[in-house]
Design a protein around this ligand. Structure first.
Ligand SMILES: [Zn+2]
Length: 405
């Protein structure tokens, strides 16, 4: 597909925005950092220039709508503008390695080794983009933003491409986990919304965990310890028993693939009151409900055993998007057909985590996660190939084509 060649400069432009998010500001300001707001405003302007209807309201999510020029299934694409804070994420100075020769890429602060990055071989002769090695690059998820924008601009400039309504969403604060706390849920019309927030070229993620977090508050009955016999009900002892009772073989460190887990995430308190935080993860609905019931039963039993009151507050964080994907089989059929047409080898993967899409999946919107081409995300050795982003944009254009008619 000629005409997607602007993606390199488009992506480089986005990397210049300082959009590292700040988890400590969640609930205080949205977006959590000013740079995100600047990029969101910039993107709203780009969408307007392309002729889309733009909504940018108090949710701080940019929404663009391109009216269809033909009947078709409405489809949405979504990416996040913030970057992670695992390593410095602001002040990115991107480096472009044209006609990549296949050798190790030596940066100021890091080396991207061929031996550790077998996918580099796919792009010999192509163009690799990295940071200078002192920051991350931000392909997570600015490559996703660039792919969506490039695909839109291509569609707008090719009126012969028939398409139904297209909606796009750019969100803040994905990395802080608060990105979807506020979203124009009442405005989205599409029942299919692809997130473009994956990794290596060809990867498509259709399943994620069901996730809940439990906060168990243990109310002890403290007394003077010297006079405690028969009276003290120690919340710390009960908290420790609770954590010890979780099966070690069902912990994050003992599981992979499709196995779910309980994770003792936090513990704090005194003899008077202690809190235990437990993360619950499972791929199946039945397994998920079972784990939630188990945590409730466990806290009840430990409460009886230690003579303390335990309040359990369990909230669902997100659900496996596979359930919603089943409601809209067209979502994956279109990806399969589009990839076949473009000779892109798809690799279907499961995520032992969640995506922003999983929050939409709770509302019955099907949200497969598509690749961006990014590698070594959240690190100094992050890299993306321009060709992978071009293929990502081609895939979106082809998906839109599959949805028309
Ligand atoms: Zn991401």
């Amino acid at each position: 597909m000629d005409g997607l060649k602007g993606i390199r400069d488009r992506f480089l432009g986005y990397t210049a925005f300082d959009t590292m998010s700040d988890a400590s500001a969640c609930g205080i300001r949205r977006p959590t950092t000013e740079g995100q707001e600047k990029l969101l405003e910039h993107l709203a302007g780009e969408l307007e220039a392309l002729g889309l209807d733009v909504y940018y309201g108090e949710e701080k999510v940019v929404m663009g709508t391109l009216k269809g020029n033909a009947p078709g299934v409405p489809v949405a694409f979504m990416a996040h503008v913030d970057t992670a804070d695992d390593v410095p994420g602001n002040g990115v100075k991107a480096r472009v390695w044209e006609d990549y020769d296949g050798s190790d890429i030596v940066l100021d602060g890091a080396v991207i080794r061929r031996s550790e990055n077998p996918d580099l071989a796919r792009y010999i002769g192509g163009t690799i983009i990295t940071s200078d090695g002192t920051t991350l690059l931000g392909s997570d998820d600015k490559a996703g933003v660039a792919i969506i924008m490039e695909a839109l601009s291509y569609i707008v400039s090719h009126p012969d491409i028939l398409h139904g309504d297209i909606e796009v969403f750019f969100t803040p604060d994905e990395e802080t986990g608060s990105g979807m706390d506020s979203f124009p849920y009442d405005r989205i019309r599409s029942r299919i919304c692809y997130t473009v927030d994956g990794g290596a070229e060809g990867g498509v993620e259709t399943e994620c965990f069901n996730a809940a977090s439990a906060v168990l508050t243990i109310h002890g009955s403290p007394t003077h310890f010297g006079d405690a016999r028969g009276k003290l009900r120690n919340a710390v002892t009960a908290a420790s028993a609770l954590v010890s009772a979780l099966p070690g073989s069902e912990s994050p460190e003992a599981t992979d693939g499709r196995y779910g887990y309980y994770c003792a995430e936090s513990i704090s308190g005194t003899a008077a009151e202690a809190k235990v935080g437990i993360l619950i993860r499972d791929f199946t609905s039945e397994g998920f409900e079972h784990r939630i019931e188990t945590v409730k039963a466990l806290s009840h039993s430990i409460g009886l055993l230690y003579g303390v009151r335990i309040d359990s507050d369990i909230s669902v964080s997100y659900r496996n998007m596979a359930e919603a994907n089943k409601l809209e089989p067209k979502a994956m059929e279109a990806v399969d057909a589009a990839a076949r047409r473009l000779s892109i080898d798809l690799k279907k993967e499961i995520i032992r985590g969640g995506t922003d899409g999983a929050r939409l999946a709770e509302k019955g919107v099907s949200c497969p996660n598509l690749f961006t081409g990014g590698h070594n995300l959240h690190s100094l050795t992050e890299w993306v190939a321009v060709e992978a982003m071009e293929h990502g944009a081609e895939l979106l254009v082809a998906i839109v084509g599959e949805m028309a008619g």
